[in-house]
Design a protein around this ligand. Structure first.
Ligand code: ZN
Length: 313
């Protein structure tokens, strides 16, 4: 089994996570969280979405967030864009890369972005041309299963992946938006994608809706994937999907990698502090289990200091 030596964490909490929150998160707290994540060592942050404020009011201050956030050298600040207008706003805000979500099933794409998949292909080509030197990538959503159409044929994902790469997608994002993937399916699809599109950098966007998120991440690592979207505290959901839950939690992914001896360059403690700052504002506990349970070292230290045997079974 070969695993990557270094795993690249793309923190998507400020976008995927925040947009699932109904209570408006003040701009200054958004900026603070993004800055804390960068200070923690995260090198890629999906900071905002330039979606129309009527659709997602939480993202109404996207331009302001980007203007106020202190840019750290070496950190890429990414934005999600749903259309050309959003891409224009993102480029004006000086983001480092654009991402555009396209759902691989017609029903979901219509529900999510109001376009047919062919229309999304056309739009993507326009965004790539507009973005010029700014790298633009597609995220193929519901690639492992669709809440509306059920099973998603792998050939469909492969075909779309090829077409988006031909249109200029810098990297290829594969998303399990509904948390329906299983590790064998991840192995299979990624192996086929690697054969079909060697040399195209790929990343995985996993939701932990049914508890298989990290198992799927390990399966992907075994297929050579070294880049994962994660969200602090396990924040997240989907505005149009009932029963959706968060991305794999950044803390859990970091813990997994560090326990397995894979470097991430990210300080787990600093990410947990950011999650706690967010919990204080939201007034509830976030789903990340590592945030609650702590690390192995902390557990041992706690029990040694307590001086009593641990009676839990
Ligand atoms: Zn997502």
């Amino acid at each position: 089994m070969t695993l990557p030596d270094h795993v690249r964490i793309v923190e998507v909490g400020p976008r995927d996570g925040f947009q699932a929150e109904s209570r408006f998160i003040p701009t200054e707290l958004k900026v603070e969280i993004i800055e804390r994540l960068a200070a923690a060592g995260v090198r890629d942050i999906e900071a905002v979405s330039f979606v129309h404020p009527r659709v997602i009011p939480q993202m109404a201050d996207a331009a302001e967030v980007m203007a106020r956030v202190e840019r750290r050298p070496g950190v890429r600040y990414l934005a999600l864009v749903p259309n050309l207008k959003g891409a224009e706003r993102a480029l004006e805000a000086g983001v480092d890369a654009l991402r555009l979500v396209v759902c691989v099933t017609e029903t979901y794409n219509r529900n999510n972005v109001g376009l047919s998949v062919d229309e999304s292909l056309e739009l993507f080509g326009d965004v790539v041309r507009l973005a010029g030197d700014v790298p633009t990538s597609v995220v193929l959503a519901v690639a492992f299963g669709c809440p509306f159409e059920g099973e998603v044929p792998e050939d469909r994902v492969l075909d779309l992946a090829r077409r988006f790469v031909d249109l200029g997608s810098a990297e290829l994002g594969i998303a399990d938006s509904a948390g329906l993937a299983n590790p064998l399916q991840v192995h299979r699809l990624l192996r086929r994608l690697a054969e079909a599109l060697p040399g195209v950098p790929k990343w995985l966007h996993l939701h932990d809706t049914r508890g298989l998120g990290l198992a799927n991440a390990v399966a992907a690592m075994e297929e050579g994937i070294d880049t994962f979207d994660t969200s602090l505290g396990g924040l997240g959901g989907c505005p149009i999907m009932k029963g959706a839950s968060g991305n794999i939690a950044t803390e859990e992914m970091l813990y997994l990698c560090h326990e397995m001896g894979l470097a991430t360059g990210v300080d787990l403690d600093a990410v947990r502090d950011a999650s706690r700052a967010l919990e204080a504002f939201l007034g509830r506990e976030l789903p990340s289990r590592v945030l609650r349970a702590g690390t192995r070292e902390e557990l041992v230290a706690r029990n040694q200091n307590a001086g009593e045997p641990c009676r839990e079974s």
